[in-house]
Write a protein that binds this ligand. Structure first.
Ligand SMILES: NC(=O)c1ccc[n+]([C@@H]2O[C@H](COP(=O)([O-])OP(=O)(O)OC[C@H]3O[C@@H](n4cnc5c(N)ncnc54)[C@H](OP(=O)(O)O)[C@@H]3O)[C@@H](O)[C@H]2O)c1
Length: 302
C-alpha cells in the first residue's frame, strides 16, 4: 500500500486527526507531495507540535483551524471557515477518532463515539458539500473492521458484527445509551454508522465525480491502542505495540485510496487495508441509510 504519491500541487486536502498517529503521517505525506492541508485541532500544544513536525519550509501549506470535532457548533464553524477559504477541496480524509473506555456525552448530548467517530465525518462531508463537489474530491473515511467483528479477544469462533437498529430511534442522542454500555461495541457502532451513511452519500456525490470510500487501516501502534487493549493485557503494551503496523503503514491505506490514479472513480467501497471487503448487511439497507441521514441532518439543523 505504499504506492508513490502523485504530484498534488494545487490540491487542497482536509485531514482530521492530523495532530497524532496516522493522521500526522497522512498530512505530512500530502504536504510533501505539494498539497495544502487543512486540519482541525482542539489542543494548541498538539497543533504547535504538528507545525514543528511539518517544518518551516512546508508550514505555509498547513492550515490549522482550532476546534473540537465533537461539538456541533465547532464543526459547523470549522466547515464555514474552510468553505470561505477554499473554493475547492480535492481530498477529505475523515481520520479523527477515538475509543472511549466509559460512557461520555458531548456538550450536545450525544454519546462521544457517535459524536467523534461518526458525526464529525458526516458533518464535514455534508457541510463541505459545495467545495467537495467543485473539487471532484476523493473522500476517505477511516473506519475500523470492528464493524465486522466486535470481539476484543477472538477466542470464540464466530465473528460478532457491530449492530445498528434505528427502529425506535428518534434522535441520535438515543444511541449508545448508558444502560448496557459496552465501549468497544459503541465504537464499532459509530464506525458502522460512518460506513452506512457513506454508502448513501457516495451515491449522491457520484454525478459530480466525487468518490467516497471507507478503510480499515489494520491494527496500528498509535495512542488509540492504549484504550483498545483489554486491561489484562495492558502491562504488555510495549510488546504488543511492536507486533502492530506502524503509523506509516496504517496511513498508507488511506493515502492510496485518496491519491492513487488507478483508483480514480472507485467509490462506495470498504477496504480492509489493501483489499476491498464487505460490511454487515445493515450498512447496505436503503431504509436504514435514509433514516440515518434524516437523524443526522436533524442533529445539525438544531
Ligand atoms: N490504531 C488502530 O489500530 C486503528 C484501527 C482501526 C481504525 N483506527 C482509526 O484510525 C483513525 C486514526 O486513529 P489513530 O490510531 O491514528 O489514533 P490517534 O493517534 O489517537 O489519533 C487520533 C487523532 O484524532 C484527534 N482527535 C481526537 N478527538 C478529537 C476531537 N474531539 N476533535 C478533533 N480531533 C480529535 C486526535 O487529536 P488530539 O491530538 O487532540 O488527541 C488525534 O489527532 C481513527 O479514526 C481510529 O478510529 C485506528
Amino acid at each position: 500500500m505504499n504506492a508513490a504519491i502523485p504530484d498534488l500541487r494545487h490540491h487542497t486536502a482536509v485531514v482530521t486527526g492530523a495532530t497524532g498517529g496516522m493522521g500526522q503521517v497522512i498530512a505530512a505525506t500530502l504536504i510533501n507531495a505539494g498539497a495544502r492541508v487543512v486540519t482541525v485541532a482542539r489542543n494548541p500544544a498538539r497543533a504547535d507540535a504538528l507545525r514543528a513536525h511539518i517544518g518551516r519550509d512546508n508550514e505555509r501549506r498547513l492550515d490549522i483551524i482550532p476546534g473540537d470535532l465533537t461539538r456541533r457548533e465547532d464543526l459547523i464553524t470549522t466547515a464555514q471557515v474552510i468553505e470561505d477559504r477554499y473554493e475547492q477541496i480535492h481530498i477529505l480524509v475523515n481520520n479523527a477518532g477515538a475509543h472511549f473506555p466509559d460512557h461520555r456525552v458531548s456538550p450536545d448530548g450525544i454519546e462521544m463515539h457517535i459524536a467523534l467517530d461518526y458525526l464529525a465525518a458526516y458533518g464535514l462531508m455534508t457541510r463541505l458539500d459545495t467545495p467537495l463537489r467543485r473539487g471532484r474530491a476523493r473522500i476517505v473515511n477511516v473506519a475500523s473492521d470492528t464493524v465486522n467483528d466486535t470481539r476484543r479477544v477472538k477466542l470464540a469462533r464466530k465473528p460478532r458484527p457491530a449492530t445498528l437498529d434505528l427502529t425506535h430511534v428518534d434522535d441520535l442522542a438515543d444511541l449508545n445509551p448508558q444502560a448496557g454500555f459496552v465501549p468497544f461495541e459503541a465504537y464499532a457502532r459509530a464506525k458502522l454508522m460512518t460506513v452506512t451513511a457513506g454508502y448513501a452519500l457516495a451515491r449522491s456525490f457520484t454525478p459530480d465525480g466525487v468518490t467516497l470510500n471507507a478503510v480499515h487501516p489494520g491494527i496500528v501502534a498509535t495512542d488509540i491502542i492504549d484504550d483498545l487493549v483489554p486491561p489484562l493485557l495492558r502491562p504488555f503494551g510495549a510488546i504488543i505495540r511492536r507486533t502492530m503496523r506502524t503509523p506509516a503503514d496504517g496511513a498508507g491505506t488511506a493515502l492510496r485510496i485518496a491519491t492513487d490514479p488507478q483508483l480514480a472513480g472507485v467509490t462506495a467501497h470498504y477496504f480492509n487495508q489493501g483489499s476491498a471487503a464487505v460490511t454487515p448487511p445493515v450498512s447496505h439497507d436503503p431504509a436504514v441509510q435514509q433514516k440515518l441521514l434524516t437523524l443526522s441532518e436533524a442533529h445539525f439543523a438544531r
